[in-house]
Design a protein around this ligand. Structure first.
Ligand code: PAN
Ligand code: ZN
Length: 186
């Protein structure tokens, strides 16, 4: 087999998640999160997370890599979080490596099972195929993690936009509380 890509190296800042070179950045603002929080955000339409991508062809033989920088904050009592998604090709898996900050990785199956795992510097989270995933910043600093996933996974945001996750993560008097999502649609 003749390879179709040449090897390359990207420099990743392990504290900020910055990539050099920065090839492609996705920014998500509060206005991109309509209907996802228990209450609608008001005030400034700030960027709540950025995804820095190391793009490679979207095929099964490659590995997509990115860093995510999720700002700290709350909407009502709900911590800033990513939109969350299933992979379009459902059985495609992913690995997250925590770099900075602290947060939770909320995962759910289409059958309604859920799992919540910590993200902090040094954690390696394995997201098996079939599990939707959303990260939540429960700390006071940016939550930064590296992600690597199967090249042709794709992203299905619509299912989560419609159904939500079975649980939400709320700020409580003595730390984060994981509680059932009253708006979850089975
Ligand atoms: C991650 C996510 C990233 C942003 O790279 O895409 O953290 O989250 P949303 O895509 O849900 O907005 C990943 O899981 N990629 O598959
Ligand atoms: Zn993913």
């Amino acid at each position: 087999m003749k390879p179709s890509l040449d090897p390359f190296t990207v420099l990743m800042d392990l504290q900020t998640g910055a990539l050099d070179p920065t090839v492609e950045t996705v920014e998500r603002r509060l206005s991109d999160m309509k209907g996802m929080y228990q209450v609608e955000p008001d005030g400034d339409d700030q960027v709540i997370y950025r995804v820095l991508l190391i793009p490679v062809p979207e095929r099964n033989s490659e590995i997509q890599c990115s860093t995510t920088i999720l700002e700290p904050g709350v909407v009502g009592d709900e911590y800033y979080m990513t939109k969350g998604h299933f992979h379009q090709v459902r059985d495609r898996s992913e690995v997250y490596i925590g770099l900075a900050g602290e947060g939770l990785l909320v995962m759910a199956t289409e059958q309604g099972d859920h799992a919540v795992e910590p993200i902090q510097p040094g954690t390696v989270n394995y997201v098996p195929g079939g599990w939707a995933h959303r990260s939540v910043n429960t700390g006071t600093e940016p939550l930064v993690f590296f992600a690597a996933y199967v090249g042709d996974a794709g992203h299905d945001y619509g299912t989560i936009e419609t159904r939500g996750f079975p649980v939400v993560v709320l700020r409580g008097a003595s730390g984060p509380r994981v509680v059932p999502n009253p708006r979850y649609r089975r």
